[in-house]
Design a protein around this ligand. Sequence first.
Ligand code: 6PG
Length: 252
Amino acid sequence: MAPAIKPTIFIGRDAAEAVSTAADLWAEAAREAVRERGLFRTVLSGGKTPKALYFLLAAERYQTLPWQATHVFWGDERYIPHEHTESSFRMARDILLSRVPVRPEHVHAIPTESRDPVKDAALYEARLRAHFAQSGAERPVFDLVLLGMGADGHTASLFPESEAARESGKWVAAARADAGVRDRITLTAHVINRSRHALFLVTGEDKAEAVKELLEGEGKAEKTPAKLIRPEEGRLTYLLDAPAASRLRARG
Ligand code: 6PG
């Protein structure tokens, strides 16, 4: 499905410039959401790339953001205890959430305690449905969804040719990674595609081939699940640094 709004591609000189742009877009989305709806619903991603963004958002210059009205969700999680060093929840809590005045009851971590990813995926979906139902919203519309991309073209925990990437009914699904922490829980593409703004932050030479396929390749979306992210009505932004964009055709 073609996106309603033409994607924006920003290529920073380096990762720092891409991260700084991401922080500015976060601030813009947060202020607009609270102004218009009284709260800001943002979805965090895991991995290494967003760490610099979370550090920046915890800095003095972003303390004036509407943190008290911010609700934090996760786009995916590794199926390990939240205190595990590889937990996406722990990474965001230690770098950002412990340093800004987000209310504890507004931090919506993906549960990983029941020893059954399918069960906890269903539990997270139920919590999302209840959260959105409180504001009379039948459909989950996040204001901002932060996304990374792996060198294999996965995003969140939607891996190539996987059941989770093909899921079209559930909001949240269990998934299997090929490496690292294998069991995952992930938002599905069609929930992400209901967001007001899907924001990819992808940096580093190791992502250049995947970025070329994502933006210029003809391959099937199920082989490059980042291609599945095409917001129906919202914005789609790709924030890249020059190394990650180095295989793209020269841009006029
Ligand atoms: C995760 C992420 C995943 C990540 C990509 C890129 O938990 O790992 O949600 O989708 O965004 O794997 O990871 P890096 O930023 O570490 O390259």
